[in-house]
Design a protein around this ligand. Structure first.
Ligand SMILES: Cc1cc2nc3c(=O)[nH]c(=O)nc-3n(C[C@H](O)[C@H](O)[C@H](O)COP(=O)(O)O)c2cc1C
Length: 437
């Protein structure tokens, strides 16, 4: 069996050959014109098929408003030519913050977010003549927050962070009370000028953990209806309160065995029957934009973001990374098949480095997904979209090398960005991590 190798393709043909050798289905095409086609999402317009995934920068001010480096990141993204910017996870409640510098929107700081959105519009207009469709990600970090609010006990994950079996689980009343906080944050996001709000349901943060809360008693656990209840309550309450487009970034599957994983069988392999039902239910409630992810960086990072180097908190990739890319792309494809009338954004392209554009073009042209999202790739190469759409194509020297240093920075709860390609800002903070280690 082939094991992981570092990205070493010299030509697209090498990539094609490796995909064939691994019996993968991921498509590749030289013609990137399909990525230039605009499309309608909910009531808005996306100027092209390239998007940037939400990426926490851990650089907010103490009141939750964007800091100078937050502004810098989003100006670079806005100038880069992508048609859709999926803004990073913003906490709806102080208890749901993942770190002290996570963004949080409040009535007191909403104007600071408005300034950021207006500056992004201006920057994009001047740089490439368009305006990105901006999605605001609403989150509660749950198990992975500063205060660990777990939805359900999972012995293996509890043990990793020293949670005792009698550690309290967030109550049904506390969950119900959070709905108003999601609504409040959605109203503020709309007031700040965002086009859509995302009820974040991925990577095993609070709402994502609820989807897999098979063993939780009460209104929010056990049956499919109960595990998805919070999403329905939030979507309905937002729709009743504010006229804003609805989006969801969700896990197609958790890669955790039953009875703990969502979209999984007893071995932790994907079983998409519930996720397929879920996307139909969400579509019925007015969600028109879906972003398909998988697993969690805390449990199986090789599934959620294939990498060459594991970083200090990870492990060597247990499979060829191209297989991981192919898996993520196919998960997007399978869910898009359920959603012919909605817009689906795919995840899993950054490991492909400067060859990502050709895979992106083929997945859009063949209807696997509608919009291609770049996460780490955008930290490294914020103007990748300009290079793909307006020439000269993606440049090897600017592409993400999946070294995982951005995630190491984030895990240390200090900043996040590209240590290699944006070293002017992020190398020194990374060196400081080394000194502390
Ligand atoms: C430093 C860092 C921060 C991230 N922050 C978020 C986030 O705020 N919200 C989210 O949904 N995903 C977040 N992710 C996951 C990415 O959006 C994306 O799913 C992942 O990196 C895989 O895409 P890629 O291969 O293009 O990087 C983050 C990932 C990294 C490495």
């Amino acid at each position: 069996m082939r094991i992981a190798v570092k990205f070493s393709y010299k030509t697209l043909q090498d990539l094609r050959d490796d995909a064939k050798a691994l019996q993968l289905t991921l498509p590749i095409q030289e013609d990137t014109a399909p990525l230039a086609a605009p499309l309608t999402v909910n009531r808005g317009r996306v100027e092209n098929r390239l998007g940037i995934h939400p990426m926490e920068g851990c650089d907010g001010e103490s009141d939750g408003s964007p800091g100078p480096l937050t502004h810098r990141r989003y100006q670079r993204f806005a100038a880069g030519g992508a048609g859709l910017l999926w803004f990073e996870a913003v906490a709806v409640h102080p208890r749901g913050m993942s770190n002290k510098r996570q963004l949080r929107i409040t009535p007191e700081n909403v104007d600071a977010f408005k300034v950021l959105v207006e500056a992004m519009h201006d920057t994009a207009r001047q740089a490439w003549g368009g305006q990105p469709y901006n999605v605001f990600q609403l989150t509660h970090s749950g198990r992975y927050g500063l205060q660990r609010n777990i939805a359900v006990h999972i012995p293996e994950l509890d043990a990793k962070v020293g949670l005792e079996p009698d550690y309290p689980v967030i109550s049904d009343d506390e969950l119900a009370a959070l709905v108003d906080h999601y609504v409040q944050a959605a109203m503020l996001a709309k007031a700040a000028g965002f086009d859509a709000v995302d009820i974040k349901g991925c990577h095993r943060y609070l709402l994502s953990e609820l989807l897999g809360a098979h063993t939780r008693p009460g209104r929010y656990g056990g049956s499919y209806e109960n595990r998805t209840r919070m999403f329905r309550e939030i979507a309905e309450a937002i729709t009743a309160a504010v006229d804003v487009d609805l989006a969801i970034r969700f896990n197609s599957y958790d890669a955790l065995p039953l009875p703990y994983g969502w979209g999984c069988d007893e071995h932790g392999e994907a079983d998409l029957s519930e996720p397929k039902r879920f996307v139909h239910d969400m579509e019925q409630l007015g969600v028109g934009l879906f972003n398909v992810s998988a697993s969690s960086p805390y449990t199986a990072p090789h599934i959620s973001r294939p990498y060459d180097q594991p970083g200090r908190f990870g492990y060597p990739p247990p499979e060829p990374q191209l297989k991981g890319v192919d898996r993520l792309l196919n998960l997007g494809r399978e869910l898009k098949q359920e959603l012919p009338n909605s817009v689906v954004m795919g995840t899993g392209y950054s490991w492909l480095r400067h060859m990502a554009g050709e895979v992106a073009a083929a997945t859009v042209a063949q209807g696997w997904i509608d919009i291609v999202g770049f996460g780490r790739g955008a930290f490294a190469y914020p103007d990748f979209a300009n290079d793909i759409l307006r020439g000269p194509g993606m440049q090897r020297s600017k592409a993400c090398i999946t070294c995982t240093k951005c995630a190491e920075l984030k895990a240390s709860k200090a900043l996040s960005g590209c240590v290699v390609r944006d070293s002017e800002v992020y190398l020194e903070p990374y060196r400081q991590l080394d000194q502390k280690a």
